[in-house]
Design a protein around this ligand. Sequence first.
Ligand code: PMP
Length: 398
Amino acid sequence: LFSAVEMAPRDPILGLNEAFNADTRPNKVNLGVGVYYNEEGRVPLLRAVAEAEKARLAAQAPRGYLPIDGIAAYDSLVQKLIFGEDSPLLAEGRVVTTQALGGTGALKVGADFLKRLLPDATVAISDPSWENHRALFESAGFPVKNYRYYAAASHGIDLPGLLEDLNALQPRSIVVLHACCHNPTGVDLDLADWEQVLEVIKARGHVPFLDIAYQGFGDSLEDDAAAVRLFADAGLPFLVSSSFSKSFSLYGERVGALSLVTDSREEATRVLSQVKRVIRTNYSNPPTHGATVVASVLSSPELRTLWEQELGEMRSRIQKMRLAMVEQLRTKGAVQEFGFVSAQRGMFSYSGLTTEQVDRLRTDFGVYAIGTGRICVAALNQHNLDHVTDAIVEVIKT
Ligand code: PMP
């Protein structure tokens, strides 16, 4: 049965982690990950999470099966966070939200459901995008194309290219959009850009699938949801995958959600019934722990305040690292200007380093980054920054 099974290609990021773990140099630094580390280089356990977990353990709650669409209170709290407390869509009962296994699980359930509705559709993702987007939609059976997004020369957006590519897609294509903190570039559309994207999407009848995995890491929870709110006001159907992996530092608990915006309460009921079938035949129902913790934090005024404060601390620590990196590179006489890094948002930066420079960073200095030049700014800290900037200054010398 298995004798002809070929070895799958190694996951580039996991492969990098293995090489990092095997590296014995004491000053090695892993900037290849997609995880927030604190000043001590650890994945933090947020105090709000620890408090909620303490209460949950004390309650000795039984672990029965959850409903197929997860914890109802969690689903409703997620909706408010994404669409806003006063969203008319929520008041009208037009949004369906189901708990999902992280943002990845939400994307896959959404993709499988869309495949039933639009079997001949094409999916379009940004160039570049989170490396799993393409594989995930292809595994759901869709052909996947790129739309132009990042303009390397300006470290900005290729807006004319983006609009042209969205216009050229067959009508009713599925367009995956990063709602904030674009992974891997750190470069986001501004509101005026979003309005133009929305116009093309409406004109072509495309189906937007907004992916929001970093809400709270850009400007604020509310500001980072601006694109979702713009689409919500536009009166078209769309999907949103959301994740608490980063914002709650709950990576391994797999806490996310899929939301679908429908035309009416009645349509929402039918849509939910079908999304539940997709979930039922995949994993039946989601796990209890992470979503219970998130729901307790979001519904407790004290814990919610604490969480928002901790999220704000993560956000400003990353911003501080961006500024410090740019400043150190400048004072150390780097032959290139890196000011653009401080304008990027979220955890990542497309640093502009070439594959050869990234290779030298690793072999000569033990600084691990992705071949595309993506670095995780959230893995920098006061202890490793000096070594990283020394290394960058060296490898960019001509
Ligand atoms: N979308 C994007 C853009 C991401 O960067 C990630 C995580 N790296 C995800 C979705 C998936 O999130 P999760 O870990 O919650 O599955």
